[in-house]
Design a protein around this ligand. Structure first.
Ligand SMILES: *Cc1c(COP(=O)(O)O)cnc(C)c1O
Length: 460
């Protein structure tokens, strides 16, 4: 299996491990698989077998034995995934958000990819986070030899729990900074560092830079597995028959999660619709409905902060699938120059809707009163959109809502929605002692490049 960049008209090929080490392609594009083999039998298999089946299709320069060992190390005793009625819960991992599914595995993939490529330098993982990626990266990478992680989060754009999860995380190789801007500012600054050859050369003797955001294939590919798992569970419980199509509603920010669903479909999963659910930062909703992607609008801080994004990186991979390099280069040149682009040939698998903060609060309240399920605000956006979609289309295909965070991670909002000031049910262990842990990282910066330089020079 080879991978090439979405922006490379020459189609230069790299192996999986090289793509994982690089994160972003040298031309600023994203690596995409050269083909999509079909996954064989998966129904009724345990999660790690499904994950193994998916990953071996793509990570062909990893040995089977290596992959099994890594999957085992990532998930044994702490599988983030649980199928629960109409929800696919992805928040039972180390930091209680769906990012754990990929990030419990990613450090293992990265360290062996570094070894395969003969990289002797320390790998510096640069992370822009809207809240959940940061804590999941820090939890996954603490004290992993040969690596250093530097995380930037919007100082005023994360929940109290999210902030404490990051600033209290111990690890000699971890660095965490708040930034004055929003997530898009952080992501753009980090992407610029990747594309800055002079900056990288300054540290090339000692460091290579990579990314643990979902632009990295090592983040994206492990997410395909849970779509197959959800399907397998529905067949096992007799709720669908093998071969039936099902829909997924995906709370969306950077378009990583839903893109993994698209890749699952391309790998043979019978998927009907993928419904993109956004909050009032509804750029993706407008794009899917009208074909115009327009980020020239006010950034809104909402109660679902992990979806407060106007530039969704992984959309580029979908545009590539639909229109190839030509469409990507045209679209992203236009986006850079004018803040918008037009592209109307998206696959009709995609549908979209959005929920305002009021609708999200109302959904949390109503679902709890209806059946006792406590939803976090991101999942509630998904649930609200699921209802809107069904009402609008009359589509009665079995539809699964991806539940992306534990309600305990957004306790203030959920408590307010329910009117009791608290979240029913037990707080997961990893969130319980946050208030009393020492704060280890407190920096706030408005110059990401300078901060990275300081960290790396200090640790030379
Ligand atoms: C990251 C995140 C999302 C958005 O996922 P993308 O892959 O960025 O689209 C949704 N909900 C939660 C809780 C998240 O942490």
């Amino acid at each position: 299996m080879h991978f090439s960049s979405t922006r490379d008209k020459l189609g230069n090929r790299v192996g999986a491990s090289e793509a994982i080490v690089a994160g972003l392609a040298p031309d600023g594009g994203l690596y995409v698989p050269g083909e999509f083999p079909r996954l064989g039998d998966f129904v009724g298999k345990p999660y790690d077998e499904i994950a193994f089946g998916v990953l071996r299709l793509f990570l062909t320069d990893f040995s089977g034995e290596e992959l099994r060992k890594q999957i085992h190390a990532a998930y044994d005793g702490c599988l983030p995934v649980k199928s629960n009625g109409g929800y696919l819960e992805l928040f039972h991992g180390r930091t209680s958000a769906f990012k754990d599914v990929a990030l419990q595995l990613f450090p293992h993939l990265l360290t062996s990819a570094l070894a395969k490529n003969g990289v002797r330098q320390t790998a510096v993982v640069l992370v822009a986070t809207s809240g959940d990626t940061g804590s999941a990266v820090l939890a996954g990478m603490a004290d992993v030899p040969g690596t250093r992680a530097i995380v930037f989060y919007p100082e005023n754009g994360v929940s109290r729990t999210q902030r404490l999860q990051m600033t209290t995380r111990a690890g000699a190789n971890l660095h965490v900074f708040g930034i004055k801007g929003n997530f898009d500012d952080a992501q753009t600054a980090v992407k610029n560092i990747f594309e800055d050859k002079v900056f990288r050369a300054e540290f090339a003797d000692k460091y290579v830079f990579t990314s643990a955001n979902s632009i990295n294939l090592g983040r994206l590919l492990p997410q395909i597995a849970y779509y197959f798992h959800a399907y397998s569970e529905l067949v096992r419980k007799g709720e669908i028959e093998g071969g039936d199509e099902i829909n997924f509603v995906v709370p969306t920010g950077n378009f990583g999660n839903i893109l993994a669903g698209w890749y699952a479909k391309k790998t043979g999963l019978p998927v009907g619709k993928l419904v993109c659910a956004t909050n009032s930062n509804n750029v993706l909703y407008d794009f899917i409905k009208t074909g115009v992607y327009n980020k020239n609008r006010a950034f809104q801080t909402t109660i679902s902060p992990s979806m407060d994004i106007l530039v969704s990186s992984n959309l580029e991979r979908l545009v590539y699938d639909a229109g190839g390099c030509g469409a990507v280069v045209a679209a992203y040149t236009s986006l850079r120059e004018t803040g918008l682009f037009k592209y109307e040939q998206l696959p009709d698998t995609f549908d979209a809707d959005f929920a305002t903060d009021e609708e999200t609060m109302e959904t949390i309240r109503r679902v709890y009163h209806d059946d006792g399920t406590v939803l976090d605000p991101h999942t509630a956006v998904g649930k609200c959109v699921c209802e809107k979609y069904k009402q609008r289309t009359g589509d009665d295909t079995r539809t699964v809502v991806l539940a992306t965070a534990s309600p305990h991670k957004f306790a203030e909002t959920v408590g307010r929605a329910l009117g009791c000031g608290c979240v029913p049910g037990e707080t997961p262990d990893n969130l319980r002692d946050l208030e009393t842990k020492p704060v280890l990282h407190g920096g706030v910066t408005d110059d990401i490049g300078e901060e990275i330089r300081n960290v790396l020079n200090k640790n030379r």
